[in-house]
Design a protein around this ligand. Structure first.
Ligand code: ZN
Ligand code: ZN
Length: 249
């Protein structure tokens, strides 16, 4: 667990997405919960960081994918924490529906797996919509970004200009900043690109992601280098051609 900014900590996980811990003094909140099989490790990391798991107040879910919601049911069981999510992703989070599009079959498998391990949430307590302000970290604005999943959200703290991108942009250690990649995970990749552009219109000093390390310096200059799935594919083709050429030479 490491400090990104004053009361904001990043917890990295082996399989699941990043988890963020927000220290609100007497209690703390989490953004996302990683995979269900990592929950014991997640709790150990939180306790090692000096927090008591029973002081978990609420869990904000950025979207319905299992690498973000997997630990939520167990955390709720152990602490009674409240869960917040965007209204459009709630049916997927509760396994009442399966997403359409390229993620459909993966989500059927994912839901079956989660059911088998008894880690499906029973309810979402706080129903979020665009422009809601969540009472944490001095006020977090909900920004609905429907490209990655229909109810994906980004979160923005205006006073310190902190943007939580969720999975709209990832900071991949080997590829740099990429928008909604791999694109098979997106509900609508073109919309994801528009979402990324929309988020980059905000003034941003701290950029944090569902996957990869945060950016805390030269942030706006780095963000405009984020590549789309098309650009990533094109550069892959190019480097393949280069390798072929090098071999031929
Ligand atoms: Zn993810
Ligand atoms: Zn995702």
């Amino acid at each position: 667990m490491f400090k990104v900014f004053e009361n904001l900590y990043l917890i990295e996980n082996e399989m699941g997405a990043n988890v963020y811990l927000i220290n609100n003094g007497k209690s703390f909140d989490l953004i996302d919960t990683a995979m269900f099989m990592e929950t014991d490790k997640l709790i150990a990391k939180i306790e090692d960081g000096g927090f008591h798991i029973e002081n978990l107040n609420k869990i904000i879910l950025t979207h319905c994918h299992c690498d973000h919601i997997g630990g939520a049911a167990e955390l709720v069981k152990r602490t009674g924490a409240k869960v917040a999510a965007h209204t459009k992703d709630i049916p997927y989070i509760l396994h009442e529906k399966v997403i359409d599009g390229s993620y459909h079959y993966m989500m059927i498998q994912e839901q079956a797996y989660m059911k088998q391990y008894n880690c499906v949430l029973e309810k979402v307590d706080i129903v979020l919509s665009d422009k809601n302000i969540i009472d944490t970290l001095g006020g977090l604005e909900v920004i609905h970004v429907p490209g990655h999943t229909p109810g994906s959200i980004a979160l923005y703290q205006s006073e310190n200009q902190i943007m939580f991108f969720g999975d709209v942009i990832r900071n991949k250690h080997n590829k740099g900043l990429v928008i909604g990649v791999p694109d098979k995970f997106n509900y609508d990749t073109n919309q994801t690109i528009q979402d990324a552009q929309h988020l980059m219109e905000y003034p941003i000093k701290y950029a944090v992601f569902g996957h990869g390390l945060p950016l805390t310096e030269n942030v706006e200059r780095l963000l405009i280098t984020a590549r789309t799935p098309e650009e990533v594919k094109a550069s892959r083709k190019k480097s393949k051609a280069h390798r072929k050429l090098a071999k031929a030479e």
